[in-house]
Ligand binder design. Sequence first.
Ligand SMILES: Cc1cc2nc3c(=O)[nH]c(=O)nc-3n(C[C@H](O)[C@H](O)[C@H](O)COP(=O)(O)OP(=O)(O)OC[C@H]3O[C@@H](n4cnc5c(N)ncnc54)[C@H](O)[C@@H]3O)c2cc1C
Length: 319
Amino acid sequence: MAPVLVLAEHERETGSVKKTTLELLTLARRLGEPVCVWFGSGAGDAAATLGEYGATAVYAADSDEMNDHPVVPIVDVLADLVASLAPAAVLVPSSADGKEAAGRLAVRIGSGVITDAVDIDEEGVATQSVFGGSTIVHSTVLTGTPIYTVRPNSVAPEPAAANCTVEQVSTALSDSAKKATVTERTVAKQGGRPELTEAAIVVSGGRGVGGPEGFAIIERLADSLGGAVGASRAATDAGWYPHQYQVGQTGKTVSPQLYVANGISGAIQHRAGMQTSKVVVVVNKDAEAPIFELADFGVVGDLHEVVPQLAEEIESRSS
Ligand SMILES: Cc1cc2nc3c(=O)[nH]c(=O)nc-3n(C[C@H](O)[C@H](O)[C@H](O)COP(=O)(O)OP(=O)(O)OC[C@H]3O[C@@H](n4cnc5c(N)ncnc54)[C@H](O)[C@@H]3O)c2cc1C
C-alpha cells in the first residue's frame, strides 16, 4: 500500500496531538498507509497516539533552524518526503499555515491541490461544501501527487491500531525558507477554556447578546459546562468578542457534542460552521428565527433571563 503523508498538527507547548491530526489519519487510511510529518519536539511521545489512529511512521523535523522560519520549512520537508516516499496523497489541516503550505507545495512539486475538503473517498474524490453549505462540490486532482487540505471537524476520528516508528528527517532548508524569520511567539491566552475547534461543548453568542458586556453570561454558561465560547460574525464584527472565536463560513468550523446558540438568527454562513454539531440548543426571543430549524432543544425567550438561570442550575448541580 502506498504511503499517505499527513501533516500532524499539535500543541506547540505541550506537544499534545490535535484532533485534526486524528481526523486526517482517519481519512488517509482510505487512500493508503498513513505516515505523519511532525514539526518541533515531541514526536517520540506522540508516536503512540498517532499509531492508535493508523500511522505507521512519524517523520520528525525538529531543528531550531526549521522553527525559526514560517511555513516554507514545512514545504521543504514535505517536498523532500514526496520525492523519497512517492506517497499516494498529501493531507494537510485547513489552517492558515496548512493552506499556505499546501499551495506552496503544489507549486513546488507541480501537483494539483484541493482546499477545504470536508471528505475524501477511497478513489481520492474530495467533497467541498461551498457558498455557506448550500452547494456540494466533488473534485479530483488530475496532475501529480494529490494534495488536500481538510477542514477540522469534518470527519469523526476512528482508531485503527498500527505500530508507529519514529524517524528523524534532516532536510536542508531552501533559500526561500530563510527569507522570513520568526522574531517572537506569543501564546494566545485561552483563559482555561478548551480550544474552540477541539471543544466537546461550544456556547455561542450573537447580536442578541446586545454588547460586549453581554458576553459575560455566555462565558459563565460555557464555564459551567466546561465548554468553549463562540460568536457569530455580527458579534465579532461589532467588536464585542475577538474574531478568533467566530463560528461560520469565514470563521471556525466546530462539530461539538453540544452547541448552544444564544441570540443567533441562524444565517446560512453561521450554520456552515456548526451544522454538524451533535445536539443543538437554541435560546432566541424570536420563535421564527431560522436557527430553530437546527435545534434539538429550544427556548423562546430573552437570553438575558434564560442564560443566567441555565448557568445557575448547571452550577448548582455540579457543585
Ligand atoms: C461572505 C459572508 C460570510 C459570512 N460569514 C459568517 C460567519 O463565518 N459566521 C457568521 O456567524 N456569520 C457570517 N456572515 C454573516 C451572516 O450572514 C449573518 O449576518 C450573521 O451570522 C448574523 O449574526 P447574528 O445571528 O448574531 O445576528 P442577527 O442575524 O441580527 O440575529 C440576532 C438574533 O438574536 C435574537 N435576539 C435579539 N435579542 C435577543 C435576546 N435578548 N434574547 C434572545 N434572542 C435575541 C434575534 O431574534 C435574532 O434572531 C457572513 C456573511 C457573508 C456575506
